[in-house]
Design a protein around this ligand. Structure first.
Ligand code: SF4
Length: 170
């Protein structure tokens, strides 16, 4: 499995530029459930740098304007030149290009490292704490089976998980 959103998921990912709508106030008749998510005690993750999540089947690494600007600055390119080289349009959205074998354009197959790690997009930063991986213990188990770093290492507490989950919704 790749952390890069597959084509079947593309339409479910909200535009990165689109602000999240403000939460509606809870009515007096319907108090907010005090029920905690199943992962309230935290989840473990430590990147093993296996590269699984940057490679494999074709997919998308969605990037918004500010992320493109940050990546362009890292590579000392202007935004136009950066987009020409590294970005593709997918409908009204933009994704990083990939090599013919499906690897992300910024994945170095020899060192098996991300070459823009310090400026990588939110989609990469928030892995594996995506809503799709957190929707049930079973979904998390599947994530752990595909990603050797998930389920091991340090415990991310609920706040840390929720911050990531809300930052990039997929
Ligand atoms: S930007 Fe870096 S971390 Fe993200 S998919 Fe590409 S190589 Fe992997």
């Amino acid at each position: 499995m790749s952390k890069r959103s597959g084509s079947q998921q593309a339409s479910t990912v909200p535009s990165a530029e689109k602000p999240q709508s403000a939460e509606k106030p809870q009515s007096a008749e319907k108090p907010q459930s005090a029920e905690k998510p199943w992962y309230a005690d935290g989840l473990k993750f430590k990147c093993t740098q296996c590269g699984n999540c940057c490679t494999g089947a074709p997919g998308f690494v969605w990037v918004k304007k500010s992320e493109i600007a940050t990546l362009a600055a890292l590579l000392d390119l202007d935004v136009t030149a950066f987009e020409r080289e590294y970005v593709r349009n997918v409908g009204i959205r933009k994704s990083l290009r990939e090599f013919p074998n499906g690897d992300c354009v910024f994945f170095d197959g020899q060192s098996r490292r991300c070459t823009v790690y310090q400026a990588r997009p939110r989609q990469c930063v928030t892995w594996p704490f995506w809503a799709s991986n957190l929707r049930s213990p079973e979904a998390w188990e599947e994530t752990c089976a595909a990603c050797p770093g998930s389920g091991t290492g340090r415990v991310y507490n609920l706040d840390e998980i929720e911050t990531r989950r809300k930052e990039f919704r997929v």
